[in-house]
Design a protein around this ligand. Structure first.
Ligand code: KIV
Length: 272
């Protein structure tokens, strides 16, 4: 089985399904603004997720619950302007799809029309089945999200690993199969045992993208601020930091402050 990266011109939902079939792992990162999306896209990412984690990392909220549909559309439209190649998936925020399928469809349509995103992501399985159907029937691609679903944090009470017990694991497998059957093009599994995630990835044909779900799935996703080390207070076991931007940025900014205070900036060449 080849692991070589194929040169897909523009990533579509079909490209992801082909990647799974060919054993090519899918790379996905979050982005919430134009500049970051441009960088992430030009580095060759397959999928950009405009995650509702914007509520945490962009707005400073403790949970993903406060972010609104209008705010998600603002972030998503900025990302779409920066992404040339990647597929852009946009989270439906808490409160925009749970009450009834018609509302879910209206929210998904607003995201597609007003941001130009290519697909939406929703958290949950059987309980939001009718909403997923309705969105799919309108021709909008849907990515599922199971396991730790941060919009339900007050139900779980903690961000620890989900589905360690058999009953929850069985429900997760059932939900994953249901999402595949409904026609979702892909599925995120968050913070579940690696063995279970691999079992699910092997039992369904749509790509399974993991975060804290081990290496046996079809792709990986991380929050960009976490993998670039912009937040030095968040160190879960699943996170690999590729940079320490927190330190790099703090050091650059304090040098700038020093240069301004000492009248070292601007120098003669830096003025007109
Ligand atoms: O909002 C988000 O960033 C997400 C990822 C953690 C998968 O849903």
């Amino acid at each position: 089985m080849s692991t070589a990266k194929k040169d897909y011109k523009k990533i579509t939902t079909k490209s992801l399904i082909d990647m799974k079939a060919q054993g090519e792992k899918i790379s996905m990162l979050t982005a919430y603004d134009f500049t970051m999306a441009k960088i992430v896209d030009s580095a060759g990412i397959d999928v950009i997720l405009v995650g509702d984690s914007a509520s945490n990392v962009m707005a400073g909220h403790e949970t993903t619950l406060p972010i609104t549909l209008d705010q998600m559309i603002y972030h998503a439209s900025s990302v779409v302007r920066g992404a040339v190649r990647a597929l852009v998936v946009v989270d439906l925020p808490f409160g925009s799809y749970q009450s009834d399928p018609k509302e879910a469809l209206r929210s998904a349509i607003r995201i597609m029309k007003e941001s130009g995103g290519h697909a939406v992501k929703l958290e949950g399985g059987k309980e939001i089945k009718e909403s997923i159907k309705k969105i799919l029937n309108a021709g909008i691609p849907v990515m599922g999200h199971l396991g730790l679903t941060p919009q339900s944090i007050y139900k779980f009470g903690t961000y620890t690993v989900r589905a360690k017990e058999e009953q929850e694991a069985l429900k997760l497998i059932e939900d994953a199969k249901l999402l595949e059957k409904l026609g979702c093009f892909s599925l995120v599994l968050e913070k579940i045992p690696a063995k279970l995630a691999q079992q699910i990835a092997e039992s369904i044909s749509i790509p399974v993208i993991g975060i804290g779900a081990g290496s046996g799935v079809d792709g990986q996703v991380l929050v960009i601020h976490d993998m670039l080390g912009m937040n030095n207070e968040f160190s879960p076991r699943f996170l690999r930091r590729y940079m320490n931007l927190y330190e790099g940025m703090t050091s650059a900014i304090s040098q700038y402050v020093g240069d301004v205070k000492s009248k070292n900036f601007p120098n003669e060449k830096e003025q007109y």
